[in-house]
Ligand binder design. Structure first.
Ligand code: SF4
Length: 246
């Protein structure tokens, strides 16, 4: 958001080259997000915007303090109320043991006519045990359910989509044009943007082949171990109780 010209210039080149085959998403804290920009970016491929909010006004402002002491939360809510009819809006709630006021936050967004889908993410680095992590996700999923808002990415972990590291056509590019497998490994540079290279294909690890979670997890991290089996064992039955009891 500090370089809106770059967003326009790059997206416009790609849109003029690839037409409707090119789409892009933005992840932002929402503070500098303006309706007029969204209207322009939509015409050159903007598909959705994801904004992070952490709890109610007091909680969010404490965790994301503005240098000049201004009320960042209020500004973000104002910005979102102006764009929510324009674009697919996702609100990600980053949680840990210090977050509070999620119910208040949802009420505020509703009273400002903000239409959005919601997800819950655990603050990184995630040092919680599978049980602790499950308890956090279940607690907040219940709140979202009771408030009647749509929760996407329900399991609160990497699932349901193939991560960048395994996806053959997904690359991460940094500001110096270095290209990487994913944003989880910046040690291995694949090359520069203009080089002709391909990712090595991903092979599902042996211990994943028989796992019942393979269809939602797509296997372990290609650069290490990030198995969430113990977490899935606890969280999935509890989430099913929330969402399927009716
Ligand atoms: S949950 Fe663990 S064992 Fe199962 S597919 Fe995922 S990484 Fe592999």
């Amino acid at each position: 958001m500090l370089n809106k010209k770059a967003i326009f210039d790059l997206s416009n080149i790609l849109y003029q080259t690839y037409g409707n085959k090119f789409v892009f998403d933005i992840v932002t804290n929402g503070f500098l997000l303006k309706e007029k920009d969204v209207i322009v970016w939509k015409k050159i491929g903007l598909r959705r915007i994801k904004v992070t909010l952490d709890g109610n006004e007091e909680c969010h402002n404490k965790r994301r303090e503005m240098k000049n002491g201004s009320n960042g939360y209020k500004q973000i809510v104002t910005n979102l109320s102006k764009i929510s009819n324009e674009i697919d809006l996702l609100i990600n709630i980053v949680v840990d043991s210090d977050v509070y006021g999620i119910g208040d936050m949802l009420d505020t967004l509703k009273s400002n006519n903000i239409q959005a889908k919601y997800s819950i993410s655990i603050r990184e680095p995630d040092t919680y045990s599978p049980l602790e992590k499950s308890q956090i996700i279940i607690k907040y999923s219940k709140i979202l359910y009771e408030k009647g808002v749509y929760q996407y990415s329900k399991i609160g972990g990497n699932h349901g989509s193939i991560c960048a590291g395994k996806n053959k056509h997904h690359y991460v590019i940094d500001a110096n044009n270095n290209v990487y497998y994913c944003n989880g490994n910046f040690k291995e540079i694949l090359g520069k943007c203009i080089d002709n290279f391909k990712k090595k294909s991903y092979n599902v690890k042996d211990n994943c082949r028989e796992c019942k979670y393979l269809p939602i997890c797509y296997g372990d991290c290609r650069f290490g171990s990030n198995c969430q089996k113990n977490y899935f064992d606890i969280v999935i039955p509890e989430l099913l109780k929330i969402y399927l009891h009716e």
